[in-house]
Write a protein that binds this ligand. Structure first.
Ligand SMILES: O=C(O)[C@H](O)COP(=O)(O)O
Length: 260
């Protein structure tokens, strides 16, 4: 039976300092590294799932570090690890680098939560020559793989809604990730909060309204057992490998910016 293991990276330095991050390439905090270690421990206990056969991650350091820590602890550093911009966090546009509490005070609670969690919520766009777009060389790194997969990334984003993340994720999921699951493999996807939300929305047919209530904690794996034929989830709800901690941490994510 194919297994999909999905998680958001461990706490980043900017998660810790309450800043919007998006495509800015920051590292894990020490706590984030510990969360990655704990994720590996949780996965090692999942005897029926077995160890990952292949890993997919983003072009951002915080996710790559998390993946490397997990694979190292599971003695699976030798497996293929595919990196792609399509698993990057949503681009947070002109909010990137800004303090969440300051943005909340500036735009008000309704707009703040609309941008963060509404399906169509999009931050103000960043300047075309903004620092964060220095990723474009790595973005171009994917050009060859994109061509092989029959994908074309188009213009680099300057700010994304969750709807836009779904739009750039799904073609990649179908072209690169699903074929691995169709082989009955265990696939590890180490990515970002918005991408996990996008994937859950598609896999569990979560409505555009209901997805705004979904918050993703740092560094707690979600195990999704898939039907071998349809590659759809066998259960109607995803399960965290540490459900109690996930509930507490997800609420903290929702409240980011409201408490200093
Ligand atoms: O990119 C970021 O700022 C965070 O990882 C996600 O932030 P959010 O939970 O406010 O969307």
């Amino acid at each position: 039976m194919p297994h999909l293991i999905v998680l958001r990276h461990g706490e980043s330095e900017w998660n810790k300092t309450n800043k919007f991050c998006g495509w800015v390439d920051v590292s894990l905090s020490e706590n984030g590294k510990k969360q990655a270690e704990r994720s590996a421990e949780l996965l090692l206990k999942q005897k029926e799932v077995g160890k990952p056969d292949i890993c997919f991650t983003s072009r951002l350091t915080r996710a790559n570090q998390t993946a490397e820590i997990i694979l190292d602890r599971m003695h699976r550093l030798f497996i293929d690890t595919d990196k792609t911009w399509r698993l990057n966090e949503r681009h947070y546009g002109a909010f990137q680098g800004r303090d969440k509490t300051e943005v909340l005070a500036e735009v008000g609670k309704e707009k703040y939560m609309f941008v963060r969690r509404a399906y169509t919520g999009c931050p103000p766009l960043c300047d075309p020559d903004a620092e964060c777009r220095s990723l474009d060389d790595r973005y171009n790194l994917d050009a060859e793989d994109e061509k092989k997969l029959g994908l074309s990334g188009g213009e680099m984003p300057r700010g994304e809604s969750l709807e836009m993340v779904v739009g750039r994720l799904v073609p990649y999921y179908k072209a690169a990730i699903e074929p691995e699951l169709a082989k009955g493999r265990t696939v590890l996807v180490v990515t970002h909060g918005s991408v996990v939300r996008a994937l859950l929305k598609v896999l569990y047919s979560i409505s555009d309204d209901d997805i705004s209530e979904v918050n993703i904690p740092n560094g707690i794996p979600i195990k999704i057992d898939l039907d071998a034929e349809t590659l759809k989830p066998r259960k109607d709800k995803w399960e965290y490998l540490d459900p109690e901690r996930a509930k507490v941490e997800a609420e903290k994510v929702r409240l980011q910016g409201f408490k200093k």
